[in-house]
Design a protein around this ligand. Structure first.
Ligand code: PMP
Length: 432
């Protein structure tokens, strides 16, 4: 239950913001709740304006790999702000961040900074369409790539239904250029290619799906997607907005050893400041203006506050990676997942989940979960009770059953203990 101050703040916000929020999931609609309003964050903890403290696994939906208000990141932002918040001419910082990304991510030769994941995916598709002179895009059901028109597409039943807009305001003609197929089903993708492979500019995929809960690719699946796209001259875009610098320093592509043509980033690069990026092979990225004819720009792109936070964060990740950082994050997530599975068994409640790097997922479903259809069969009502009860016990997850949980480098055994203790209490209540 949100406290009185949060409840009042939400009522006030609803008069001037659509639904009281600036991004729909924040309204807690999927869990039929009232959102708590943030006051401040401190490392792994989030405090609301009623004075409640939560161990935070939302981590701002992914960016906070160093937790809230990390002193080094705060200092970098303060120093940058004291010199000016935006210049509209280039800074050396932008090159430094780009050099880090190029260094860490194997497939990237050239990268362009933008302000959000949505901008990144939208722009990557534009490059792909320009490079191939084709217009169709394939996405996977249950993968989210931001709110650009051509990604707001729901698939109908069947293997390769042409897209229907998921939202009013998206022209039918735009949605029709997007084909949605089930995740983890290479035959479904092959069928689409058999039908119109020569017209498909790009396949865009979350290499680990993070927006239908956390769903891993089946062994060999990404490789097969890579081979299929290559054989048709279709570009493969890895949307690593969630997985970038989170499942490993080189992202999912390094982890699974796949070379996409283009990659999109967001979240972790900005350590909580607004940022996105897209990059890839030099010949493709040189098509972007002013090197080439594909237009894309931004008043605040490469913003010095975001770049300062990003540079410190990436430098810290580079150093920590040498000390087994991502294995530690995964071990932490795995312990939460293991406890979740164990408690499920103990109380006869179907549970399923897994962890990869700093990302993990919990499903109220017996599993396995390979695609959106499986994920949709998980028990949303139980998740809702779990979510609210965990909040009461001082732990916050995403306010929706179809999201992932995020671990940061500042979650310690203390927070793990709080989490496991809370889960024990909560499961006892769930079974009654
Ligand atoms: N791609 C993926 C995989 C995402 O998870 C998101 C946002 N959750 C986006 C793109 C869009 O990013 P943004 O919200 O920064 O526009």
């Amino acid at each position: 239950m949100a406290g009185p101050r949060s409840t009042a703040a939400f009522e006030r916000a609803k008069h001037v913001l659509p639904g009281g929020v600036n991004s729909p999931v924040r309204a807690f609609k999927s869990v039929h709740g009232t959102p708590f309003f943030a006051d401040k964050g401190e490392g792994p903890y989030l405090y609301d304006i009623d004075g409640n403290r939560y161990v935070d696994y939302l981590m701002s939906w992914g960016p906070l790999i160093w937790g809230h208000a990390h002193p080094q990141i705060v200092a970098a932002v303060q120093e940058a702000a004291s010199k000016g918040t935006s210049f509209g001419v280039p800074t050396e910082l932008e090159t430094e961040v780009a050099e880090k990304i190029v260094d860490f991510v194997p497939s990237i030769d050239v990268v362009r900074m933008v302000n959000s994941g949505t901008e990144a995916t939208m722009s990557a598709v534009r490059v792909a369409r320009a490079a191939t002179n084709r217009s169709y895009v394939v996405k996977f059901i249950g993968c989210y790539h931001g709110h650009a028109d051509h990604f707001l597409v729901k698939a109908g039943s069947g293997v390769a239904d042409l897209g229907l807009p998921d939202s009013p305001g998206v022209p039918k003609e735009t949605a029709e250029r997007t084909i949605a197929v089930p995740y983890n089903d290479i035959d479904a993708l092959r069928d689409v290619f058999l039908e119109r492979g020569e017209e498909i500019a790009a396949v865009i995929i979350e290499p680990v799906a993070g927006n239908m809960g956390c769903v891993l690719p089946r062994p060999g699946y990404l490789q097969a997607v890579r081979e299929l796209t290559r054989s048709y001259g279709t570009l493969l875009i890895f949307d690593e907005v969630i997985t970038g610098f989170r499942v490993g320093l080189g992202g999912a592509q390094a982890r699974f050893d796949i070379e996409p043509d283009l990659t999109t980033f967001g979240k972790v690069i900005g350590a909580g400041l607004p940022v996105g990026a897209y990059g890839g092979r030099r010949d493709l990225m040189e098509m972007v203006a002013p090197s080439g004819p594909v237009y894309q720009g931004g008043t605040l792109s490469g913003n010095p506050l975001a770049m300062s936070a990003g540079l410190v964060s990436l430098n810290m990740l580079e150093a920590a990676n040498r000390e087994g950082f991502y294995d530690k994050l995964q071990a932490y997530g795995q312990q939460v997942v293991d406890a979740f599975l164990e408690l499920g068994k103990q109380y006869g409640i179907p549970t399923y989940g897994h962890a990869i790097g700093g990302l993990y997922g919990l499903f109220f479903h017996e599993g396995p979960v390979y695609d959106f259809e499986d994920a949709m069969q998980s028990d949303g009502a139980t998740y809702e009770r779990f979510f609210h009860a965990m909040l009461e016990n001082g732990v916050t997850f995403a306010p929706s059953p179809l999201e992932s949980a995020f671990v940061s480098g500042v979650h310690t055994s203390r927070e793990l203990e709080i989490t496991l203790g809370a889960m024990k209490n909560v499961f006892a209540g769930l079974s009654s």
